[in-house]
Design a protein around this ligand. Sequence first.
Ligand SMILES: Cc1cc2nc3c(=O)[nH]c(=O)nc-3n(C[C@H](O)[C@H](O)[C@H](O)COP(=O)(O)O)c2cc1C
Length: 342
Amino acid sequence: MKTGKRKDKHIKLATQKKNQFKKTNLLEEVELIHNPLAGFELSEIDTATSFLGEKFSFPLSVRPITGGTKKSFKFNKNIALACEKKGIGFSLGSMRTALENKNKIKYFKMRKFCPEIFLEANIGALELNKYSVQKIDSFLNEIQADAISVHLNPAQELMQNPKAKGFSKQFSNIKKFAEESSFPVIVKEVGNGISFETAKKLNSTKIKAIDVAGSGGTSFVKIDSALYSRKRLSEVFGEFGIPTAASVLMTKKASKKKIIASGGIRNGLEIAKSLILGADLAGIATPALIKAKKGEKAVEKLIEILEEELRISMFLCGAKNIQELKKKKAVLQNNLLEWNKP
Ligand SMILES: Cc1cc2nc3c(=O)[nH]c(=O)nc-3n(C[C@H](O)[C@H](O)[C@H](O)COP(=O)(O)O)c2cc1C
């Protein structure tokens, strides 16, 4: 299946409930500690933060979703405009279509809609086997990106092709890319999570951040196994992966890199919990996509709701700003304690 066609089908499939994980991201097993005598007003709370040297009005980024087709242009434009207005980060989906066909670069040119915010591009780690650092950097310059995320997605790739190859070179390619590219590199998953072992391995590279993209939200195993009619693989592996809360804890223990918590983040309380567990930013994908289908204003509204919920969460645990929030303690329960065992 051609990359562009697959991308457009992902847009439809991702918003179907059956393609979300049944299991949760385990953030419900993180309890924040209430502080009913915070001693300041809600209006005094400052949610601003910075990430890789860029300012964010609050710690949220819309993670990579799509790119490279006419349809994707419309969605990305709505998201880019809303993120610019609200002062949060935005990532384009995989640049693969533009590397395969130069004429598609035009669909990735979003900078005019979001001149000020942190704009990421995205590529699959397997693509680093095929394209030079120079070629990728020249694309990043052309679209005026601030950074690039490289996705690890073995489970997804195997749903597309159970005999897929090229995985053995991924680590050395990422290491080389992070050394030679003139852009900051973020490594991410796509919904199956980053383990302690993976985060530890990435420590020896020059990457700047890890987006755990854990389980509990969108399941690419379900999406791509549906797309490629692999019913049995979907039944066996559809719920496979490290829940987001567990993945953030593991990554924090293993690594000093900045952390993005994504995978099933659906409200502002979950953003606050992610930051207390060790993340620097939280990220959303499918919720933004659903709103982007309706238009820029709907995405904007979603971002406003998440910001308000984060602000209330900060107030209720007595954190006046993001630094104070990150120092707060949380109580971990049940399964999450099992995941968090040394
Ligand atoms: C339609 C769609 C397409 C996606 N495409 C990409 C992609 O090209 N590259 C990537 O790294 N992640 C991609 N993702 C994964 C997201 O960036 C994110 O890690 C994942 O969906 C978990 O977040 P969520 O539960 O909020 O959706 C995509 C997600 C969706 C919903």
